[in-house]
Design a binder for this molecule. Structure first.
Ligand SMILES: Nc1nc2c(ncn2[C@@H]2O[C@H](COP(=O)(O)OP(=O)(O)OP(=O)(O)O)[C@@H](O)[C@H]2O)c(=O)[nH]1
Ligand SMILES: [Mg+2]
Length: 242
């Protein structure tokens, strides 16, 4: 009996091609629909979607930001990971209101996950909602989560060639944070080169260089955030008075 006959799933020697419909596009359309309803719901909350490769320093940055801003702003974090609640635990340890979204192995957060999570936090009291996305420079870039701003961290240990290799992430971000700046003396990484490449991908991209270890750039980052929260509140009060 030929291999083809014994295994009904084998394609054997068949030749030709199959034109597959791109169902991912439909998935993204559905995602965008949910993202729009999140924006409707969070009209007076500034939402910042924080993206990066695994380990670039997202959770550590949320911890430091919480420590610096929690007296002025009510902050909550929705943190996505394929498995474990470790990041939410780390944030709660420093007093940040954090809810873990366990994606069950998925490499990104989708808008419907945010919508479900919103039912579990007291959103009325929140000024600033961070979403820590799953560590990945590819898939999260395609999913609008209803955020106002997308911020992408790129650590000095990752290499300065990443913006052109993963352009969509940088194209869809408002701000790039060059993280782990304290390691610059030890790694072959040029802030000028990465800024040039990233701004060739997205001329409107702002860039701040930070280190959570020695505090470099964190005041500039916090001022950036406070200005965005203020702007969102102003937009909301203008909407209300119309
Ligand atoms: N040298 C240095 N190390 C840092 C800095 N920020 C974070 N780290 C370290 O980098 C490692 C990863 O940091 P995390 O904050 O867990 O990174 P993450 O992006 O949240 O990681 P995932 O959630 O797994 O994607 C930890 O060992 C941190 O202590 C920094 O500014 N400088
Ligand atoms: Mg993390």
């Amino acid at each position: 009996m030929s291999d083809n006959m014994s295994n009904p799933k084998s394609l054997g020697n068949r030749v030709g091609s199959v034109q597959c419909e791109n169902t991912t596009l439909h998935l993204l359309k559905a995602n965008d629909f949910v993202a729009k309803s999140i924006r409707e719901r969070l009209k007076d909350v500034c939402v910042v979607n924080v993206c990066s490769s695994p380990g670039s320093g997202k959770t550590t940055l949320m911890q430091e930001t919480g420590k610096r801003l929690s007296k002025e702003l009510n902050i909550a974090v929705l943190v996505g990971d394929p498995e474990t609640e470790r990041d939410a635990v780390r944030m709660r340890e420093v007093g940040i209101n954090a809810l873990q979204i366990v994606t069950g192995g998925m490499c990104h957060i989708e808008a419907q996950m945010i919508l479900q999570a919103l039912d579990h936090i007291n959103i009325e009291d929140i000024d600033l909602l961070f979403i820590e996305n799953v560590g990945n420079l590819l898939c999260p870039s395609a999913f609008d989560l209803g955020e106002d701003y997308r911020v992408t961290l790129l650590a000095t240990t990752e290499g300065d060639d990443k913006p052109k290799k993963y352009p969509r992430m940088f194209l869809t971000s408002e701000l790039m944070l060059v993280s782990k700046a304290d390691l610059l003396p030890y790694v072959p990484f040029s802030v000028d080169a990465v800024t040039k490449d990233a701004q060739e991908v997205n001329p409107n991209l702002e860039v701040i260089t930070i280190s959570t270890l020695n505090g470099d750039g964190l005041d500039i980052w916090c001022d950036w955030l406070k200005a965005k929260v203020q702007r969102k509140k102003q937009q909301y009060s203008e909407l209300e008075t119309k």
